[in-house]
Design a protein around this ligand. Structure first.
Ligand SMILES: Nc1nc2c(ncn2[C@@H]2O[C@H](COP(=O)(O)OP(=O)(O)O)[C@@H](O)[C@H]2O)c(=O)[nH]1
Ligand SMILES: [Mg+2]
Length: 406
C-alpha cells in the first residue's frame, strides 16, 4: 500500500512510455517518507576528486570520524541553497528558517575491473560498497576533467568520455554478478516447484541480463509498475539515476558552463535518467569554506558564474523530478522536497504522518502571491488563497498551511 502511493507520482513523471515506467532503482522511500531528504552516493574512479567534491557539498557538516580510512564510506549533509525560501523568510520573519537537505555518501573509488571481479566472485569489498548504495536515490559520478602532472590519471590521460564508458561497464558488470547469482538460485527453485512470481522474476532477470550483456544500463529499460515492484529489492547500480559531474581544472573556471560541450558530452546528457554538469572541484571547495563576502570576491576573481553546490543540487532535483514547497509561519519557514505530481495529503505526510491522516484542507498561496501580498490573511482578502483537497497536485513554490484534525 505505502509503496503504491509513493511510487505513483514518479510513474506519472517518467511513464510516457505507453504505461510503462523506466525502471529506476531509487531509495524513493528514503527521500519521501523516512528521512525526508534525497540521498546521493558519490562514485567514480580513484583520484578524480570525489572526496574534494563531497567536502565542497557538505562543508563542515560531515561525520569525519572515519576520515582516516580511505576504504570506508563517509556521510555528510548539504543544505539546499534556496533563494525563494530566503525571500519568504524576509517577508514572514519567522524565528527559524529551515532549508531542505541532501545526504551525500562519499565512497572509495571503483577502479577498472573491480565490478568485473565481483562477477567472478573475487571481490570482498563489493558487498559493502553495494550496501552503502542500497538506499541512495541517485549516483553522482565524478569524472576527472583536470590535468595535473603531479597526480597521474589512473588510466594515463584525461578523457571524460572514456571514463564515463569505463565506469558504466563496472556498474554493468556488478549488476550482472547479482543477476547471475540470482538466476542460478531461481533455476534450482523453479525445478522444485512452479511459482508464477518466480517465473516472472526469472523472465525479467533474463531480459536484464540480455540488456546488460549488450552494454545497456538498466536505467534505460522500461518496465510496468508491477515488474518494477518485483525487482525493487535488488540494488542494481546501473538502474540508479546518475548525475555526471566533470571535475574541471582551475583554468576552466570562467567557462565552466561550456565544459560539458567542450569534452563532447552532450549526447550523455540526453540519455534517460542521466544528468550532467561541471565544477572546479579544487577551487570551488576552497571557496565553499570561506565566509560569504570573501567567497563572492574569490568567485569574481575566477569569473565563476554561480556556485558549485547550487549547480549540483539543481541538477539533482531535475534528475529525480523533485521540487520544494514551503510552509511559512511565525515559528518557522521551511522548504519541503517532494516528487512532481504529489497529492496534497501525501505532501502533508512529509511534514508529519498525523497531518496526512487527519487531513482536512490545504490553504495554498502561490509563491509569487505570497511575496507580493506578505501573508495568508492578505492573500485571503485578495481572493488568491485557494482551499484545496487531498488530491490537489502540489506545485513548485506553493506556500501551504495544512488544516487537519487528530
Ligand atoms: N588540480 C586539481 N586537483 C584536484 C582537483 N580535485 C581534486 N584534486 C586533487 O586530486 C587528489 C585526489 O582528490 P580526492 O578528492 O581525494 O579524490 P578521490 O580519490 O576521487 O576521492 C587530491 O590530491 C586533490 O587535491 C581539481 O579540481 N584540480
Ligand atoms: Mg576519496
Amino acid at each position: 500500500m505505502a509503496l503504491d502511493v509513493i511510487s505513483k507520482p514518479f510513474d506519472e513523471v517518467k511513464g510516457a512510455d505507453g504505461g510503462r515506467v523506466k525502471f529506476i532503482d531509487r531509495g524513493i522511500i528514503t527521500l519521501f517518507k523516512r528521512e525526508k531528504r534525497m540521498k546521493v552516493g558519490i562514485v567514480g574512479l580513484p583520484q578524480v576528486g570525489k572526496t574534494t567534491i563531497f567536502s565542497l557539498l557538505t562543508q563542515g557538516r560531515a561525520d569525519a570520524s572515519s576520515w582516516g580510512n580511505a576504504r570506508e564510506a563517509h556521510i555528510g549533509i548539504a543544505g539546499v541553497p534556496d533563494p525563494r525560501l530566503d525571500r519568504l523568510a524576509e517577508i514572514v520573519k519567522p524565528e527559524k528558517t529551515t532549508y531542505a537537505t541532501v545526504e551525500y555518501v562519499d565512497l572509495p573509488g571503483l577502479a577498472r575491473g573491480e565490478g568485473k571481479a565481483a562477477l567472478e566472485g573475487q571481490s570482498k569489498d563489493m558487498s559493502s560498497y553495494l550496501n552503502n548504495l542500497k538506499n541512495v536515490d541517485a549516483l553522482l559520478h565524478v569524472v576527472r576533467g583536470f590535468d595535473d602532472p603531479s597526480l597521474p590519471h589512473i588510466e594515463g590521460s584525461v578523457d571524460p568520455l572514456r571514463d564515463i564508458g569505463l565506469f558504466e561497464l563496472e556498474l554493468i558488470f556488478s549488476d550482472l554478478a547479482i543477476i547471475e547469482k540470482r538466476l542460478e538460485r531461481l533455476l534450482k527453485d523453479l525445478k522444485k516447484m512452479k511459482m508464477p512470481e518466480l517465473e516472472l522474476e526469472n523472465e525479467l532477470l533474463l531480459r536484464f541480463k540480455a540488456a546488460l550483456e549488450s552494454e545497456q544500463p538498466l536505467r534505460e529499460i522500461a518496465l510496468t509498475p508491477e515488474e518494477a515492484k518485483r525487482v525493487r529489492g535488488f540494488t542494481f547500480l546501473s538502474a540508479k539515476p546518475i548525475l555526471i559531474v566533470i571535475n574541471a581544472g582551475d583554468e576552466d573556471a570562467a567557462k565552466i558552463d561550456n565544459v560539458v560541450a567542450a569534452f563532447g558530452l552532450e549526447k550523455q546528457a540526453g540519455m534517460p535518467n542521466v544528468g550532467i554538469t561541471a565544477v572546479c572541484g579544487k577551487i570551488e571547495s576552497e571557496i565553499a569554506s570561506l565566509a560569504p563576502d570573501e567567497a563572492a570576491e574569490f568567485m569574481a576573481d575566477y569569473n565563476l558564474p554561480g556556485n558549485a553546490l547550487a549547480r549540483i543540487i539543481n541538477k539533482s532535483y531535475d534528475l529525480l523530478g523533485v521540487f520544494s514547497f514551503y510552509t511559512a509561519g511565525e515559528p518557522e519557514a521551511r522548504a519541503w522536497t517532494i516528487p512532481r505530481g504529489t497529492p496534497a495529503a501525501q505532501a502533508a505526510g512529509v511534514i508529519h504522518s498525523d497531518i496526512e491522516k487527519g487531513f482536512i484542507k490545504a490553504e495554498v498561496v502561490s509563491y509569487d502571491d505570497m511575496i507580493s501580498l506578505g501573508s495568508f490573511a492578505a492573500a485571503k482578502n485578495k481572493g488568491v488563497l485557494r482551499l484545496e483537497g487531498k488530491e490537489y497536485r502540489v506545485r513548485e513554490g506553493d506556500v501551504i498551511l495544512f488544516r487537519f484534525n487528530v
